[in-house]
Design a protein around this ligand. Structure first.
Ligand code: NAP
Length: 226
């Protein structure tokens, strides 16, 4: 059975992807900071390792749990935070908040990737770094989160050039109706945004096709899948 580590799988996109992979026969190691919420969202089919991706010991626990299942074939760096809500413009962005956004969204996934890389190389595995259109578009107010995702994208790009034995995909899921999205649009009705479950077929398509490393918009794969 293939093994995946998925960070941030207690709700939103991470939970939807995780459920989709369990259905497809994957063994999973999943996390979130809130262990009670993580446990409440899962009945069976995944190893739950509650913790914070910014904690080095927790990251080691994730990889060790995957090793006990035979070793990770896939690492999905999905856990992320928006930062302050409403999002401040860059001129007013509190630097401590910016550091936290970078720590969770950039440094932690890169550090987890480094831990998982030796096994991923051996198994010809893959890394998915979840990104956003905010990484490539200049939306006013999105400078903190967006620049962090831009850093994720460029780190992914360079990693792909450095690691030919591993697929590296930086994946833009599109707008999704999740807690983070609601935080980005406080007080607004976001009920027109699709639920995260809607992108699972495109994600499965990505894994099945295993294209070369690169930037992936799930919306493009959804069109191809329909
Ligand atoms: N929703 C969108 O429209 C959208 C669009 C483009 C990209 N994305 C990206 O998609 C990914 C998932 O976002 P989402 O919308 O599903 O967000 P979400 O509903 O807020 O879920 C985030 C998940 O990450 C976990 N998490 C957050 N910080 C963590 C940490 N430090 N350590 C471990 N787990 C942590 C959360 O659980 P805890 O709070 O319990 O830790 C939760 O399980 C993110 O990378 C986001 O940037 C989302």
């Amino acid at each position: 059975m293939p093994v995946a580590i998925i960070t941030g799988a207690s709700r939103g996109l991470g939970l939807a992807l995780a459920r989709g992979l369990v259905e497809a026969g994957w063994d999973l190691v999943v996390d979130a900071r809130d262990g009670a919420a993580l446990a409440a969202s899962w009945v069976s089919g995944a190893t739950l390792v509650p913790g914070d991706v910014t904690d080095p010991a927790h990251r080691a626990d994730l990889v060790a749990a995957a090793d006990r299942l035979g070793g990770a074939d896939l690492l999905i760096n999905n856990a992320g935070i928006l930062g302050p809500s409403p999002q401040p413009v860059l001129a007013d962005y509190p630097l401590d908040a910016l550091r936290e956004v970078y720590e969770v969204n950039v440094v932690a996934p890169l550090a987890l990737t480094r831990l998982a890389l030796p096994g991923l190389r051996e198994r010809g595995g893959a890394i998915v770094n979840v990104t956003s259109d905010a990484a490539v578009e200049a939306y006013p107010g999105w400078g903190g989160y967006g620049s962090a995702k831009a850093a994720v994208e460029q780190a992914s790009h360079v990693l792909a050039a450095e690691e030919p034995a591993v697929r590296v995909w930086w994946v833009d899921p599109g707008d999704l109706r999740t807690r983070m999205h609601q935080e980005a649009f406080p007080g607004e009705d976001i009920s027109d945004r699709p639920l995260p479950e809607t992108v699972v077929p495109a994600f499965r398509r990505l894994l099945a096709d295993a294209p070369p490393s690169g930037r992936i918009r799930l919306a493009d794969l959804l069109v191809a899948a329909s």
